[in-house]
Each structure stands twice: as structure tokens, then as C-alpha cells.
Ligand binder design. Structure first.
Ligand code: ATP
Length: 892
């Protein structure tokens, strides 16, 4: 019999379990038998296949063609060293393929490791005690506790419900929330049974208990997961831009190679030799390793962000973070510590500090209902072993329960019967309790919403009608507490006859309690950093406007006398245009807003062209999180649904971590620009020798194999190391990057190609000629490829390019700042190691027999090194001068 057609008791029995759940031993046994509750990963492409793809993409094919042509040339015209070139090109393809594969694999691992940082947990009843277990440890027969915002981790049959509504969109596609109950169902499929909740769906409202009947791939979701899961991640706009760019450059390079081939033919150069140059030009320019390097630097940024408590869920979020212009932030728990403590009370018509409570037993006696309310009206869970149970949940409720239990005295005979749950729209909650005096309804919440259901108010002198004068006194009391930054909760109660509906009407207002929630210590600095970085912070809170304002002032968010304060009520009356205009205000706070209004604010900001990051934790926040460019969920206080909708999860719920992540996001963009400049500069000294050779008929100063040595030997590690640069201290002192700002700006191209590149080329050519000249060479003299002089001259040219690139990498660490100011190589160990490797590689190429044979090189004289160093120093001075001029112009 299918479980949904059984009654609750039978369904529990059919799974050999009870309402108290399985005991730990049985759960462990079942876990071993049924396996973990995991969906099988969609089979990803086999590693070997992905490895093979590294050798068959566009660039690889260009290189394969080059290699084939070289071998063909060797066949028809042996002895020109063409076969060696062919071997070298194949070597390039292999090295490049392996390196790209390694980078991509590392990037993928890094992202996968992040997922492990935040495993999904579920509350279950094991042997009658409520414990938290990993979702993957759920077994059939477990009794799970569900509440709003939870993801359902396995297929379950409901056994108790309270206002439960679930969102089935992941399984059935319908987005409307559906009510669920526990009655046996006659439906054919569990998909339609109202007493079943399925894995992959989520709880929108209410609470429930449910017994797990299917886990892992046996769930409905597990069965369809293969069809619905998308493999891999979408590539980010940045990665797309790089891919486009690389392809464009490759086309241009191919075009240029062909052009040179034709020019050479017209000049009467031997065809095979000519073709060799064409290949050389193409290889010199094709940016083989760019895309994997970008992907890896994005992935490394996610790791750095995780270390700073910001967990990125999708790579594209990294770059969106870097261009954030506005952060819409919650207050409680994000800007403040969510460490609530009761500070003062307003009872009987007067204020009283909490500390005075103990000394005034009479007042406590007169107002006992208020404290009973505080002790009972909550949604906390008792978690842990019997006898050592502790309450878990909202810190505000914990503080209220603490004062309630300590003050109200013995609560024997009080039993909770029902609950009208809290939600951010109603801003209040109630519980129905059996008490020794009969049934009572206890309600607590924001004063505006509680007062609407109250008929009278408890003063010291006794009950009084809640007339306009009393209301005014109440609101004034709330204003005073909120003005001091306290969160104010109102408490009300009434007796309920068994026949009466237990609604929140005709209640007696018992008093107000004000709770302090201190701002997080790191927040004022983070707020100041945002201000310096041109990022606007808009507080969007459910709390009272005055509380919001007071906290805003404490953290330095509000500095002006008259910030714009918009309440949820006012927001409701605003047209989209009015809202958009209001959002121009420099300081703006939204208070008493409902979750769905957050989405309106986000949308409006987006329409204004802002790049919006928005925080949220509840199930109602999910649409706003999805709509924002960067949805940010709380790792500790957030619901599963909010986390699933977010791009970034804060492991510590702390606003300061958002700012840290933005800093890293900005740094990534800068770093990619740094290594682009670095890689592009060396293209010029690779091309110029060919042009000089073709145009002036001089011996070829740099051979194709030597080009490869630079592109894929010496340049690779330093480029990668530039991608790992720490954020520049000034990165948060400039306005956000424009969304449309391209990675490859004209400034960058000019600096790389027309300045640094030209200097490098000039140096390489100068030293090449110096070596020739010193040996008595004269213009027009031909040199054989094996002539020791020729070998030395080309080797000197190669060595110069490497020396210049070593200097260049130091210069590329910042486009404007002096390299002395950041200590040349200080602060980036990877870079230090990379340069050491770079020098070791060139040493091997020039000073070992194998290196000489493979790259057609010979050891060079000390003077060549000295001259190269002098040229490097000159480039360094000129670039420093350029930087100084730019800095001066910026200051001006
Ligand atoms: P933020 O949106 O910045 O996190 P918040 O936590 O105050 O602020 P909500 O959780 O939407 O926002 O709460 C809005 C209001 O509802 C609170 O100011 C409080 O008056 C009331 N409230 C919050 N939690 C409860 C609760 N558990 N029971 C009753 N009322 C509550």
C-alpha cells in the first residue's frame, strides 16, 4: 500500500518507526543499509574526454596545422630544422593542454570545495530528542521537523502540520504555494497527495513533522534529477569576454601571418622559410593560456573570499561583486550582532530599567501576564539530549524567554496548544495556551500591529480602555525606546473560551519591552570603507524607523540631520517613479518594510542602473535575492531557501564580510588586467624581429622556437602569479567600475603594445645587433642558422626579452603606483617563486646542451646580461616616470 493512502499511525508503523522517531543505533543501521541521502551527481564528462578537449579546441587546431606544415616542410626541404620546429609546436600543444587542464581542474576543485563548507542540516527526532543531522544522513523512518524556509531533504509523509504551505516548483513547476495536511489520500501518485512533501521542494509557511519514506535516488526528485540538473556552471561575462577576445586575437594573428607570408613571397623569400615566419607570427600572438588563467584567478578569488567568510556560489558573482554600487542591507544580525538583551520595560504606564525588576516584586505580581507571555510566546526549539536540552532559535526570543521564565515564576500547568506563526508581513505571533485559569492567547509583535487587536491596556491602577490618549502614551513610549536604538516589542493577551475562535482580537495590552542589539564592532569601519569606495548602503529593515535611525547613526551610516526615512506604509503608497526619485537621496533608510517590498526597492535601483547587492535570510526574501545582481544570504541565520536563491553566503552573517568580498571582487578584475598587460607586452618583441627580418633582410633575431620558449616557458608562471595578487590597499578608495567598462581598455592596449612592448622590442633588437656588431658583422652579411655568432646573437635577444619581462612583471603589479611604493616583489610569494623559475628556465635554455640543442641557443657573454639589465633599468625608469605623470594628472 502506498504510504500516502495510509493513516498517520499506519504510515509510521509501515516504516517500523514511531512519532518519536528512530533511535540513533537503528538510524545508523538503516544508513548503512539504504545508503546516504544523496542525489547521484549528474554524470559529468569523463576526465579523459575533457583532457582530450584541451587538444582539439580552436587554438590547438591552429597549432596542429602549424606543426603539420613544419613536418611537411621538412619532408620537401630537409635540413632546415623544420622537424625540430614541428616537435616544438607539438610540445607547446602538450604543455599548454596539460597546463590548461590543470588550471581548470584546480578551479573546479576550488569551487566544489566551497560547497562542502556549508552542508545542509535537518532537525530530526531521534528517540524523542530533537537533534540536528546532516541532510545526507537522513534514513527512511526518521521523523523530521520542518519550518518555513526549510528545504525538504527527502520524500516525507506528514504526521503533524500547523499552517503548512509548500512550494513545489522544483518538482511540478507550479510556483503557487500549496497547503498540506495529514489526512490519508486517495490520489494515485504521491506527487498530488496533500499529505506528502517531496525532496527538493521547500516550506513557505508553517511548521510540520513528517516521517521520511524515501531518500536519495529513490525520491521523486532523485528520479527526475538526471533530467533537470544542469551540468557545470554558466561562464561569467568576464570569461565570455576573454574567450571572445582570444578568438579575435587569434583571427588577427592568423590574418597577419598570412599577410606576411604573401609579402615574403612577393619579396622572393624561399617558400618554406617564409611559411615558417607566418607560423611564428601566429604562435607569437595567439593567447593560448588566457582563458584558463582567468578562470583560475576567479576561482582563487572565491577561495580568498571564503577565507574572509564570504562563500561565492557562482563564479560570475565574483566579478559582479567587484562592480557593486549599492548594498541593500538588513539590520538585525547583519549590521548588528543579533545578541539581544532586555534593557528596559514600559509597564503599568511607566518606564522601568530591567535592573530594577528584582527590587519591585509588586509590579511583577501585578503584571505577571506580560512575563508569562514573554516566557511562552516563542518559536524556539529544545535541542539536545534529555536532561541537557537547550533552547535554540531567534536570539530576541531567547532573551524574552529568559526574562519571562526568571520573572513569571513557576509555569506548572501551562501547556501550549497552538501557534499563529510569525511572519514579516504580520510582524506579530501568538500562541494559544492551556493555563490553570483556562485558555489564554498570548500575542507579541510590533506595536502597530499588536495594538490593532487590543481593546484595553493594563495600567498600574488596573485595566483602562485603549483610548486615543492611551495610544498616544504608548506610541510616545515606543518612540523613546526606539530612539535609543532599542527594538521594541509589544505584548498582549486575552482569555479564550473553548468555543470561541482564538483570533488576535479584543486583547489587553500588557506592556512594552525594549531590547538592545549592539552594532557589530567591525561595521562602522566597513561602512566607512564603502563610503570611500563610492558604494551606497541602504538599510532595509523590518524594525521601527526610529530604531533603524538610531542604529544608522551609531554605525556612521547616517550623518546628516535629515536622512530620508521611508516606512513600509509610505512605500506602499509610492508610485514606481516616486520611488525611483526618492532613491536619489544620499542617505536613505527603509523601515517597517515587508519582505516583498525589498524586491521593489531592488528592482527600482536596478532600473536606475545601479549594480545591487541585497541581503536576506527568510523565505520571503528569496525573490529579492534572486532579483538583485548579487543576492546575499546569511549562513547562520538564513533559511535554506534564501541560501539557494543567493549568489553569496555570509558564513558569519556579518556586513563587514560583504565589504571584504567586494574588495576581493575588485582585486580580481585588477589582477586580470595586470596579467593581460604583462602577456600582451611581450608580443611586440616577438613580432618586431620578424618584421625587421622581412623588411630589412637582416638575420632573423628570434626564432620561432624561442618565441615559444617565452610564451609558454618563461611568461606563464609570472602571469599566473599576477592573478594571485592581494587586493591593493587603495582598491576601496575609488568609485566602482562602470558595468560596461571593458577589460581591455585602450589605455591598457596602449601601455602594453605601444609603450612597454616597444621598449622591450627596442632592447631586444639593440642587444642582438650589439652582439653581431662586436663580432664584426656588417649589414647585408648572411649568417647560417648554425653559425656560433648567430646562435649567440639570437640567444642574447631571447635573454633580453626575459630580463625585460622580469622587470615588466614588477611594473605590471600596478598601473599607476610606483613599484618602490609597493616594495617591488614584496607581498606576493608566488611571484617571487615564479620569477626564480623564470630565471632558472632561461638558464637551462642557454647553459645546458639539451637547452641549446632544442632552442637553437648558445651561452651568452656577461656583457649581454649587463646590457639587458641596463635596458631593463631604463624601461623601469621610463615606466616609473609615466606612472608619476599619470598620478600627477589624476591629482590635478
Ligand atoms: P531586519 O529586517 O533588519 O532583520 P527585523 O529583524 O527587525 O529587521 P523582521 O524580522 O521583519 O525584521 O521583524 C520585523 C518586526 O517584527 C520586528 O521589528 C519586531 O517588531 C517584530 N518581530 C520580529 N520577530 C518577531 C517574533 N519572533 N515575534 C514577534 N514579533 C517579531
Amino acid at each position: 500500500m502506498r504510504i500516502h493512502s495510509l493513516a498517520v499511525a499506519q504510515s509510521l508503523a509501515s516504516l517500523n518507526t514511531s512519532a518519536a522517531g528512530l533511535d540513533a543505533a537503528e538510524a545508523a543501521r538503516r544508513l548503512a543499509e539504504y545508503g546516504p541521502n544523496q542525489f547521484e551527481e549528474v554524470r559529468r564528462k569523463h576526465l579523459l574526454l575533457r583532457f582530450a578537449q584541451e587538444f582539439t579546441h580552436f587554438f590547438a587546431i591552429i597549432l596542429w596545422i602549424g606543426a603539420t606544415l613544419s613536418f611537411v616542410a621538412e619532408h620537401f626541404d630537409p635540413g632546415q630544422g623544420m622537424a625540430r620546429l614541428g616537435v616544438a609546436i607539438v610540445g607547446v600543444i602538450v604543455i599548454n593542454g596539460v597546463f590548461s587542464f590543470w588550471q581548470e581542474y584546480r578551479a573546479e576543485r576550488a569551487v566544489a570545495a566551497l560547497r562542502q563548507l556549508l552542508p545542509q542540516k535537518v532537525k530530526v527526532s531521534r528517540g524523542g530528542e530533537i537533534v540536528e543531522v546532516l541532510a545526507s544522513d537522513l534514513v527512511p523512518g526518521d521523523v523530521a521537523l520542518l519550518e518555513a524556509g526549510d528545504f525538504i531533504a527527502a520524500d516525507c509523509r506528514l504526521t503533524e502540520v500547523n499552517g503548512l504551505r509548500v512550494n513545489l516548483s522544483t518538482v511540478t513547476g507550479e510556483s503557487l504555494a500549496r497547503a498540506r495536511d495529514i489526512e490519508a489520500s486517495s490520489e494515485e501518485s504521491p506527487l498530488h497527495a496533500r499529505n506528502v512533501v517531496l525532496a527538493g521542494t521547500s516550506v513557505v509557511a508553517g511548521q510540520a513533522r513528517a516521517v521520511v519514506y524515501a531518500t536519495g535516488k529513490h525520491t521523486e526528485f532523485g528520479r527526475i534529477a538526471q533530467l533537470t540538473q544542469t551540468a557545470g556552471e554558466a561562464s561569467s561575462p568576464l570569461q565570455q569576454e576573454i574567450a571572445r577576445l582570444s578568438r579575435l586575437v587569434a583571427f588577427l594573428a592568423t590574418g597577419m601571418g598570412l599577410l606576411l607570408f604573401l609579402v615574403g613571397q612577393a619579396m622572393g623569400l624561399p617558400a618554406w622559410e617564409n611559411m615558417l615566419f607566418a607560423i611564428g607570427i601566429i604562435i607569437a600572438n595567439v593567447p593560448e593560456g588566457l582563458l584558463p588563467t582567468v578562470t583560475l584567478s576567479l576561482a582563487m578569488a572565491t577561495q580568498r573570499m571564503a577565507r574572509r567568510n564570504a562563500l561565492v556560489r557562482h563564479l560570475p558573482a565574483v566579478e559582479a561583486l567587484g562592480s557593486t554600487t549599492v548594498i541593500c542591507s538588513d539590520k538585525t544580525g547583519t549590521l548588528t550582532e543579533n545578541r539581544m538583551s532586555v534593557q528596559s520595560l514600559w509597564i503599568g504606564g511607566a518606564f522601568m530599567p530591567r535592573a530594577d525588576l528584582a527590587a519591585r516584586p509588586q509590579i511583577v505580581d501585578d503584571h505577571r501576564q506580560l512575563f508569562i507571555n514573554a516566557a511562552l510566546c516563542h518559536n524556539l526549539k529544545e535541542v539536545g539530549d534529555k536532561g541537557r536540552q537547550t533552547l535554540h532559535g531567534d536570539p530576541m526570543e531567547l532573551a524574552l524567554v529568559e526574562i519571562g521564565r526568571n520573572t513569571a515564576g513557576d509555569l506548572e500547568g501551562f501547556e501550549r496548544l497552538d501557534e499563529i506563526p510569525f511572519d514579516t508581513d504580520r510582524k506579530r505571533m501568538s500562541v494559544l495556551c492551556q493555563t490553570p485559569q483556562g485558555r489564554m492567547l498570548y500575542c507579541k509583535g510590533a506595536l502597530e500591529t499588536v495594538i490593532a487587536g487590543c481593546r484595553d491596556i493594563q495600567f498600574d491602577a488596573g485595566l483602562a480602555p485603549l483610548d486615543p490618549a492611551a495610544r498616544t502614551r504608548l506610541l510616545a513610549a515606543q518612540d523613546e525606546m526606539a530612539g535609543a536604538g532599542l527594538r521594541v516589542l509589544a505584548f498582549a493577551h486575552r482569555a479564550v473560551d473553548a468555543e470561541q475562535p482564538a483570533d488576535e482580537q479584543g486583547m489587553t495590552l500588557a506592556g512594552l519591552i525594549g531590547l538592545a542589539d549592539p552594532p557589530r564592532a567591525e561595521v562602522p569601519e566597513a561602512v566607512a570603507r564603502c563610503a570611500a569606495a563610492g558604494i551606497r548602503i541602504i538599510m532595509v529593515t523590518g524594525d521601527h524607523p526610529r530604531t533603524a535611525l538610531a542604529i544608522g547613526r551609531q554605525i556612521g551610516l547616517v550623518r546628516s540631520e535629515q536622512p530620508l526615512l521611508i516606512s513600509g506604509e509610505q512605500l506602499r503608497l509610492m508610485s514606481p517613479t516616486q520611488l525611483q526619485l526618492a532613491l536619489d537621496a544620499p542617505e536613505i533608510l527603509f523601515a517597517r518594510v515587508a519582505a516583498e517590498q525589498k524586491m521593489r526597492i531592488v528592482e527600482s535601483l536596478k532600473k536606475k542602473g545601479e549594480v545591487v547587492a541585497a541581503t536576506g535570510d527568510g523565505v520571503n526574501d528569496a525573490p529579492a535575492l534572486k532579483s538583485a545582481h548579487i543576492g546575499i544570504a546569511m549562513g547562520i541565520g538564513g533559511t535554506d531557501v534564501a541560501k539557494a536563491a543567493a549568489d553569496l553566503i555570509l558564513l558569519d552573517d556579518n556586513f563587514a564580510s560583504i565589504v571584504a568580498a567586494i574588495e576581493e571582487g575588485r582585486a580580481v578584475f585588477d589582477n586580470i588586467r595586470k596579467f593581460l598587460t604583462y602577456i600582451l607586452s611581450s608580443n611586440i618583441p616577438q613580432i618586431v624581429p620578424f618584421l625587421a627580418f622581412v623588411l630589412f633582410r637582416i638575420p632573423l633575431p628570434l626564432t620561432v622556437i624561442q618565441i615559444l620558449a617565452v610564451d609558454l616557458g618563461t611568461d606563464m608562471l609570472p602571469a599566473l602569479a599576477l592573478g594571485a595578487e592581494k587586493p591593493d590597499p587603495a582598491v576601496m578608495q575609488r568609485p566602482p567600475r562602470a558595468r560596461r567598462e571593458r577589460l581591455l581598455s585602450w589605455g591598457l592596449i596602449g601601455r602594453a603594445y605601444l609603450f612597454l612592448g616597444v621598449l622591450e622590442a627596442a632592447a631586444a633588437m639593440a642587444i642582438f645587433f650589439h652582439v653581431l656588431d662586436a663580432a664584426g658583422w656588417h649589414y647585408g652579411q648572411q649568417l647560417a642558422g648554425t653559425d656560433p655568432l648567430y646562435l649567440q646573437a639570437t640567444s642574447a635577444c631571447l635573454a633580453t626579452i626575459v630580463v625585460m619581462q622580469v622587470i615588466n612583471v614588477v611594473l605590471c603589479r600596478h598601473p599607476q603606483r610606483s613599484s618602490l611604493a609597493y616594495g617591488l616583489l614584496a607581498g606576493n610569494r608566488t611571484l617571487q617563486v615564479a620569477i626564480a623559475c623564470e630565471l632558472a628556465v632561461i638558464g637551462l635554455i642557454l647553459y645546458t646542451a639539451t637547452g641549446n640543442w632544442l632552442f637553437g641557443t648558445a651561452p651568452i657573454a656577461a656583457t649581454s646580461w649587463l646590457l639587458a639589465a641596463a635596458c631593463g633599468l631604463l624601461m623601469w625608469s621610463l615606466e616609473e616616470l609615466r606612472k608619476a605623470l599619470v598620478r600627477r594628472a589624476q591629482k590635478g
